[in-house]
Design a protein around this ligand. Sequence first.
Ligand SMILES: C[S@@+](CC[C@H](N)C(=O)[O-])C[C@H]1O[C@@H](n2cnc3c(N)ncnc32)[C@H](O)[C@@H]1O
Length: 312
Amino acid sequence: MNRFFATFPAGTYDIIVRDLKSYRLDELVIVENDDSSVVFDSRLSVEKIIEIRYFTNAYLVIERPEDVEAELIKDKYYSVAMLKDGTPAKIEARERAQIENQIEDALGLENNTHRSRNNFVVIERASGARFLTLRLARARFKREKLSAGELRPELAHVLCLAARIKAKHRVLDMFAGHGAIPLETVRGFGCRDVVAVDKRFIETRHEHAAISWLTADACSLSSFEDGSIDRVVTDPPWGMYEAEIADLDALYAGFSREAARVLKPDGFLVVLTGYDDAARSFEATEKLKPVAEWPILVSGMKARILKFQKTR
Ligand SMILES: C[S@@+](CC[C@H](N)C(=O)[O-])C[C@H]1O[C@@H](n2cnc3c(N)ncnc32)[C@H](O)[C@@H]1O
């Protein structure tokens, strides 16, 4: 068993914990958590850990630098940093010197913060727990370049987990933008029938055989039959997109009415929004029952994940 520390979108532990607990106990055991990180023991390989789709960063906890497997060391340079309760902090000089000596003696590395690809990080948790880690490389799909305004795949995955998406579901994103959510339903959940709507045609949008793109207004989806969609997962305008919209209340009321119409009975609508008055528009929509709400942070901005269920 190795011990790992991993971060995920702030505020979403209640959503991801269901997935973490779905691993067998001999594969993964949670040691402690807060609302943006988790410490766990696991027999899974480092490759498998970094592929866990909602982890934004993952770290291997190391007792002694000499225990680090050779294939995890990438070149001859290293750096040491500290994260205290999730925020970069200064390491006291004596402790830094001690850690640096250990790393240099055990692994023969050279200290060079700028060139280092071996990043050692002292993690200090609010619980008081403190340990040395090696930051693991991010999986390739988490390193792909994002377009302006595009959601990170880790957060798109969390939204899909909140919606309990399964491969067999027909999924709709009514404000798809570049298509981060539709792409994650395909890559992360194996969905084969995904509809992505946006009022604009965006050239850099993600194209995929399983995704049908439609340029349309989310408040008027006449080409969709009533009760034809299993899940609506969407990120409507808020933050940098709010300025483009003349009447945000009317937009939210309009799309929630359409979501309620196209969803199958018992289907879920999951909405990511930083618009404070969003709830008002959903209240007015019959047939959408609020079932959960999670306050989260998106790039430091306050937002919420709202989950509704279509009533019968
Ligand atoms: C917050 S962004 C979505 C970003 C997206 N999640 C991504 O990862 O790229 C909101 C999107 O809603 C679109 N939009 C605004 N009003 C709309 C409407 N009435 N119907 C459909 N799309 C609309 C905008 O063009 C924008 O792409």
